[in-house]
Design a protein around this ligand. Structure first.
Ligand SMILES: [Zn+2]
Length: 282
């Protein structure tokens, strides 16, 4: 049910897995990987070292319907399920062994709003993801995701990054910008090319570091009933203590607890899912 493309270099080297469309409507990474597959197949790009595995569509049923998920968020159930109950749990059982078999995973995503700026997540920094994140052509890196979930709701990290970490491997998530933008496709493609260069898998110079602002994620807000965000918030908008962020139809108002940033606001969040996150300068 999932198409997997594998390439081997002549020399030993790192094993790199690149995932796209873990969320079915996030297709920038899919388009970028399809472009890369074409170039690899035509030998316009030659893998020199290591092993490269590409999965352009991790959630095929959601991808076909242009939706985020069919039954649940695949990036919250990324572990091996003995008796998988949902379609996404069955997918996790295919993807997790791939993550376990690769030293490094790059997971390509995109976000909800047209002006969204791209950024990387760094959940478990180590010598494998730090040089890649340094090279990625984005201005922001978000840190502290697993600690935030563990602190707020005792939720364990069943994401691609969490599963890689649990296996003793490493992963990085890249949010390439707005789902529909061509710039997001280009960024996803450049990110994979930088990864291949950073890990010496192609003949290319080591990419120079791209300066980044570090944001520490602090909390998340679940949308509990019908309501709306107070503004057309954009990811990484600065917010001030006491500022109104969201209003429920019953009149309850949610305000910013302190100065900082609103992160990943989703105006279309379904009830019971993450509406927005809060962070501060790291
Ligand atoms: Zn996503």
């Amino acid at each position: 049910m999932i198409e997997i493309f594998e390439y081997c270099g002549k020399e030993d080297g790192l094993s790199l897995l690149v995932l796209a469309a873990v969320h079915g409507n996030e297709t920038a990474g899919t388009k970028a990987l399809n472009r890369l597959i074409e170039k690899l197949d035509k030998q316009q790009i030659c893998l020199k070292k290591g092993k490269l595995t590409l999965v352009p569509v991790c959630n095929p049923a959601a991808y076909q319907r242009h939706i985020r998920e069919t039954e649940e968020n695949l990036n919250r159930v990324m572990k091996l399920h003995e008796n998988p109950q949902t379609y996404e749990q069955k997918l996790a059982n295919v993807i997790c062994p791939l993550i376990a078999a690769h030293r490094m995973t790059l997971d390509l995503h995109s976000t909800h709003c047209p002006e969204d700026v791209p950024f990387a997540f760094c959940d478990y920094a180590d010598e494998y993801n730090k040089p890649l994140i340094a090279a990625l052509p984005v201005d922001y890196v978000l840190e502290g995701w697993p600690q935030m979930y563990a602190a707020q709701d005792d939720i364990l990290d069943f994401s691609t990054e969490g599963y890689a970490h649990a296996c003793g491997n490493t992963a990085t998530t890249l949010e390439c910008g707005y789902h529909q933008s061509e710039a997001a496709v280009e960024l996803a493609y450049q990110a994979v090319m930088k990864a291949l260069a950073v890990y010496g898998m192609i003949d290319a110079p080591m990419p120079s570091a791209h300066k980044k602002q570090h944001i520490l994620m602090q909390s998340f807000v679940i949308k509990e009933t019908d309501g709306h965000l107070c503004k057309d918030f954009k990811h990484l908008d600065a917010i001030h203590a006491g500022e109104k962020l969201a209003v429920y139809d019953n009149g309850a108002v949610l305000t910013a607890p302190q100065d900082g940033f609103i992160l990943l606001p989703n105006p279309d969040a379904k009830i019971g899912t993450e509406w927005y996150y809060l962070g501060k300068q790291g």
